[in-house]
Design a binder for this molecule. Structure first.
Ligand code: HEM
Length: 276
């Protein structure tokens, strides 16, 4: 019997390990230990990064934080007022989305308190909307320059679009597509965690390549920061799509009918070759 602490499970009745249990008339998946550990990691890392990266910005003005060398405060302190406002708004709403997102994948909570799931979901999507628009506004001013503009800009658009698709799906009662889109959407939210794991990892990776003058932290940081606007979210999407397929949820199809029509004669041809 799934407990209240069970994370996300399959809509089709088969768990990640293929095991399924019957609960009343419905077949309900029993999450594997791996799925539970994965969810616990996502929850704890999200809370940890929200506390570590967001909280400092709530304690003082951008000017004071910039002088203290906190995060990107110094960079944004010199930007136009609307960028500074968007930066602060982005951090607050992004932090909210990061902390509430994992709770939505907790099946026990969804089953026991569906109203809470709906209200937290609305708040989460609202935070994605505001945080995404603010992210879009600050992307052209990114410390990573043009790479930051394209990487964070694309992330912001995908964050907004996936949230909208998830919302539209549940409004028309399409639970499977809602779950798939919300998994994709949270993969984008989770970029906030991955960014802060990739930067130190890329710094460490550069240590063996230090020149005669020793390890140049500023140059290495600039290298790492040039990669993360894309690296913080691209692998997440691949993992999300893999999880979506593993759970039997509707996976993203880039091309369908035209390819099928084109491949038809080829299949016949290869069948003919095979039958020789
Ligand atoms: C998923 C869509 C997101 C986009 C498009 C996005 C975009 C951005 C951009 C463009 C910056 C400025 C980076 C720079 O100047 O180089 C930034 C910084 C920041 N974002 Fe996000 N972000 C997203 C999600 C989040 C989330 C979920 C959080 C929650 C923790 C968050 C928290 C922050 C923080 C704290 C900073 C300041 C970083 C620092 O001080 O080092 N962001 N974001």
């Amino acid at each position: 019997m799934p407990t209240a602490s069970t994370p996300e499970t399959s809509a089709t009745g088969t768990s990640a390990t293929g095991a399924s249990v019957h609960e009343g008339a419905a077949t309900v998946a029993r999450p594997s230990p791996g799925a539970r550990i994965g969810w616990a990691w996502v929850l704890l890392s999200s809370i940890g990064i929200a506390a570590f990266a967001v909280t400092p910005y709530l304690t003082a003005s951008l000017r004071e934080l910039g002088e203290a060398g906190t995060g990107l405060a110094g960079h944004y302190d010199g930007q136009p007022a609307f960028v500074q406002v968007a930066f602060s708004v982005h951090i607050v709403f992004g932090g909210f989305a990061l902390v509430t997102g994992p709770l939505q994948f907790w099946r026990g909570l969804r089953d026991r308190m569906p109203r809470l799931h709906r209200w937290v979901g609305r708040a989460y999507l609202g935070a994605v909307g505001v945080g995404g628009l603010a992210g879009l506004a600050i992307a052209p001013f990114s410390q990573a320059g043009l790479v930051g503009f394209f990487g964070f800009g694309a992330l912001a658009v995908l964050w907004l679009v996936s949230g909208w698709r998830g919302y539209r799906a549940i409004r028309r009662g399409d639970v499977a597509n809602h779950r798939a889109w919300m998994m994709r959407n949270f993969a984008f939210t989770y970029s906030a965690v991955m960014l802060r794991l990739w930067v130190p990892a890329l710094l460490v990776l550069q240590i063996p390549f230090a020149g005669e003058g020793g390890f140049d932290f500023d140059a290495s940081f600039a290298n790492a920061y040039a990669a993360v606007p894309f690296l913080c979210w691209l692998p997440n999407v691949v993992v999300a799509e893999w999880l979506i397929r593993r759970r039997g949820l509707p996976s993203y199809v880039v091309a369908s009918a035209p390819v099928a029509r084109v491949s038809q004669p080829r299949r016949r041809a290869s069948a003919a070759i095979g039958s020789r």
